[in-house]
Design a protein around this ligand. Structure first.
Ligand SMILES: [Zn+2]
Length: 265
């Protein structure tokens, strides 16, 4: 079976042997590394391009999700860096997303065809695969993180962070709500593990620092790679989740609506 992985640029060598390829989509060419792991065909897409040249608000989200669909991938594992809003998720700590709140306003975040059910935004099956992997590898994983997605590229003010923390948000980032929403609209199963590269401004006295961010990611990169690889082994063809059903319901509702409009005309 095929498994997709979307992650940071530093993970392009997640697999031992990869073929570099590009997939043409209506949103542009997408760079893909194809390889194998645990008897599965794996397609890794570096979210920010080969050399991390696109900032969060410039990422070709629609191209990436479309490329996965074109490759015939139905299950996608994601990883991304976040700022932590709680001391329960320490610097370098891993958190599995369970919900998100999207406060972005300046990006194209929909294929615009259906209104999809997002009450469970992340695939429960893939979430379980990650939880199982963390147990297998004895890695601490915070299971039920709520993510707030901001436009960026600037970091948040201390007042914003205090507000988000008071809303019950656990981690903040600039990419995930967009990616998760588009994955659902495309009928993909999708789940993501985050790595806290810092404690967000205002939670501690330490200001965000790009050098520290890179250092933390480098120090925890192997652990994250092992978690992803183990999760790939755990992914099965069978689904007990409602991801695809949510997508199919959305298509049906749209078709019914158009039919009705047709009749009314
Ligand atoms: Zn699913």
């Amino acid at each position: 079976m095929k498994v997709g992985v979307i992650g940071g640029t530093g993970f392009y060598n997640l697999l031992d042997q990869v073929n570099e390829m590009t997939v043409d989509t209506e949103y542009g060419e997408i760079l893909v590394y194809q390889g194998e792991h645990a008897g599965k065909e794996v397609y890794f897409i570096p979210r920010h391009g080969a050399s991390h040249d696109s900032l969060a608000h410039q990422v070709n989200y629609k191209g990436i999700i479309t490329a996965m669909t074109k490759l015939g991938v139905e299950k996608v594992l994601g990883m991304c860096a976040v700022g932590s809003l709680t001391l329960d998720i320490p610097v370098g700590g891993f958190a599995l997303l369970n919900q998100f709140v999207d406060v972005t306003t300046k990006r194209d975040n929909t294929f615009g065809k259906y209104s999809c059910d997002m009450s469970t935004p992340y695939c429960p099956d893939l979430r379980n695969d990650f939880i199982q992997s963390a147990e297998n590898l004895n890695i601490y994983l915070y299971h039920n993180a709520t993510y707030i997605c901001v436009d960026g590229p600037r970091y948040e003010t201390s007042a914003e962070i205090k507000l988000y923390a008071s809303w019950g948000m656990h981690v903040v980032g600039m990419t995930n709500a967009t990616e998760a929403a588009l994955a659902r609209e495309a009928g993909l199963c999708y789940s993501v593990v985050t790595m806290a590269s810092d404690i967000a401004a205002g939670i501690t006295d330490t200001p965000p620092d790009l050098a520290m961010h890179k250092k933390v990611i480098n120090e925890n990169k192997d652990k994250m790679a092992n978690l992803i690889l183990n999760a790939i082994s755990n992914v099965t063809e069978d689904s007990t989740c409602g991801c695809k059903a949510a997508y199919e319901r959305a298509i049906k509702a749209r078709e019914d609506k158009l039919k009705k409009a047709g009749v009314a005309n």
